[in-house]
Design a protein around this ligand. Structure first.
Ligand code: FEO
Length: 393
């Protein structure tokens, strides 16, 4: 994508990454990701964030189509994670006079990550920087996503550069702005990004939303995904709902199955949910990445988990997904459990222990031996219906 003017004097100069398979070396990127960087051009010029190191040349090319990169006066580092800071060594070589601005807690990271100690300055919370025709101010939002993270605000055009906050996975498919894009593609990518990357930090996200409400914002320009200019409140609302772990009034059924018995019950449970007039998504934990299960569970209020007993415990793929969900501290879920066993149960009991640890509301359990009978399946439908009725309420 070409450099794009977001507002007069403010230019997107980011890149699309469609080749990295795993974000942070672990989260699948089936639709890629964008690293958004922005030029703010007054009499002085600031670059807000950069890109992952392999894309530094592309960033430089885009900057050069707006201003001479040597003219950069400031490199604003909202966040030190290398998807945004990786091009700093190249930028420093090209623009040796540019001052690096970051929070105080970012300074030791700049030194250790890139050996940057000279021409580096810590900015204070609320500090302003007059670029001549453009005015920046700096607003730390710690732990969205690392402790040193801040957002930067441009006051004349009312643009918030929010860094990871309000970002999403998904490369920019030819559209930079929310009013040009297919939101049916981006919304699930925002949910997946939130659950995988930011989900651990729900309280900091809510604190950040509250803090940034004090600014008059017309455009939200995050460091990943779409720029929100038509309805910036939309993505803030979505982040707020995800951070409060409200969940849609819908149900996710997550299961594993060796010989189809537990799968038959998963289908019965899902039919029970549908009979109650509630949307449902069924996920085979052995056939999707745990990060996908996490995102699906984060999205919906109801969660019904099925596992056969395997080696006296929870089916490994189901256990792996639930451990990730527990590690990310997903709360506030209405839950049902089911599972089959051959000669001695165990999985459902162990799942119940996990539900108890997580403080989820357990509405019922169905455990059965071998292939499910018609009675077993009827109980599964009732379980689905009970969870559905609860999430509706
Ligand atoms: Fe997009 Fe936490 O870096």
């Amino acid at each position: 994508m070409n450099p794009t003017e977001v507002r007069p004097g403010i230019h997107w100069v980011g890149v699309n990454d469609r080749t990295t398979d795993l974000f942070e070396g672990q989260w699948p990127l089936p639709h890629g990701v964008s690293y958004n960087a922005y030029l703010v051009v007054g009499r002085k010029v600031a670059l807000i964030d950069s890109v992952k190191a392999p894309f530094a040349e592309e960033l430089l090319d885009k900057i050069a189509r707006v201003v001479d990169p040597n003219r950069l006066d400031y490199l604003v580092v909202n966040h030190m994670e290398p998807d945004h800071s990786g091009a700093l060594p190249v930028l420093r070589r090209v623009a040796p006079g540019a001052e690096v601005l970051a929070t105080a807690s970012a300074l030791p990271m700049l030194a250790r990550f890139y050996g940057l100690t000279r021409g580096v300055r810590a900015v204070a919370d609320g500090e302003t920087l007059d670029l001549g025709g453009k005015v920046l101010s700096f607003h730390p939002i710690p732990f969205v996503h690392w402790p040193e993270t801040m957002a930067t605000y441009e006051g004349t055009e009312r643009v918030l550069f929010s860094c990871d906050a309000f970002g999403g996975f998904g490369a920019l498919d030819g559209a930079l702005f929310d009013d040009e894009a297919d939101l049916a593609y981006y919304d699930p990518e925002v949910v997946r990004y939130f659950a995988n990357i930011v989900g651990m930090h729900t309280r900091p996200v809510l604190r950040a939303i509250e803090k940034l409400q004090g600014l008059s914002i017309e455009v939200i320009a995050p460091s990943h995904g779409l720029v929100w200019r038509r309805e910036p409140g939309r993505v803030v609302d979505l982040y707020g709902r995800l951070a409060r772990m409200e969940g849609e009034p819908a149900v996710t059924v997550v299961y594993g199955s060796m010989y189809d018995h537990t799968r038959q019950m998963a289908d019965a449970v899902a039919c029970g949910v549908t009979a109650a007039g509630v949307p449902v998504r069924v996920v085979d934990a052995a056939r999707v990445h745990p990060s996908t299960v996490l995102a699906e569970a984060w999205r919906r209020k109801g969660l019904i988990v099925g596992s056969p007993t395997y080696d006296t415990g929870i089916f490994p793929a189901v256990g792996q997904a639930l451990r990730l969900i527990a590690r990310k501290r997903l709360g506030n879920r209405v839950v049902g459990l089911f599972g089959s066993f051959g000669w001695r149960g165990g999985a459902v009991g162990k799942l119940a222990g996990l539900v108890d640890e997580l403080g989820w509301e357990l509405l019922g359990k169905v455990e059965f031996r071998g292939a499910p009978t018609a009675d077993d399946l009827a109980q599964g439908r009732e379980l689905g219906q009970a969870v559905a009725e609860r999430v509706k309420g």
